[in-house]
Design a protein around this ligand. Sequence first.
Ligand code: AMP
Length: 276
Amino acid sequence: MLIIKDISNLQSYLTAYQNRKYSIGFVPTMGALHKGHGELIKKSKNDNHKTIVSIFVNEKQFNSKEDFNSYPRNKGLDYDFCSDNDVDLLFEPSAEEIYNKDETILKNNNYNNILCDKYRKGHFDGVITVLNKFFSIVKSNKVYFGEKDFQQLKIIEKFIQEKYKFLEIVSVPTKRNEEGIAYSSRNEKLSKKQLQDFVSFHQKVENFLKSLENSFDIEIANQKAKDFIVEQDIEELDYFEFRNNDDLSFNGKVSESRLFYAIYKGKIRLIDNLKI
Ligand code: AMP
């Protein structure tokens, strides 16, 4: 496995791949790799001749310096993880390699003021700003994103339609552990007790979902969601609501929707989304 940190070196390998007419799959990540990332890598390996994974903790998408500084990082394990998963090339640039000193931040205009965009102002501006850089550097055929970050997936789909028509976006279902919670780098920061509480919350959410009829309107399901969530012992909650899969609106039946939530355990923000 190649580990590359600078753009010019990367470009010489990309040119060699292109000369051989290899198809390239790209998996952008922020590291602290887990089985969820592994699913994206597996899919890319299945679809393409070469798979490139990037690891870049993008400061521009964090709302606070504290959150950025405390984001889990484990370089050595990530190298082993990529190598064990037969990644061809790991791109791990520094912030200086990616950004100019006075970098212009792109503005996301899709799916604004709802879900995570409402509670993490500017977060998705940072996401599309870094992807704009990575897409123009890596120029892959396909790029892989997880449904775990569903609003992000929808925003990137629009961004690619608008700006990177050559690129095919592939979405990958959320990988969960045997207790049902989604693998996430942030889970590593939970104490044993916080993790147990989170698992038990998640299981109650799954039972709540089972109690709903497919034919309910999303609006009705949201009334029930409100009743359910006030009964739970949650330290802090950003949102807990059903939204339509296609346009993230409140229109349609619950069968066409997902339940989105963002809750806190201590300072750790946990998000997920579930189909009924
Ligand atoms: P991150 O490193 O958290 O920025 O995630 C990188 C990519 O992995 C994003 O496209 C995420 O949606 C995806 N991802 C994270 N967790 C999971 C999971 N449990 N299952 C599937 N994809 C995931």
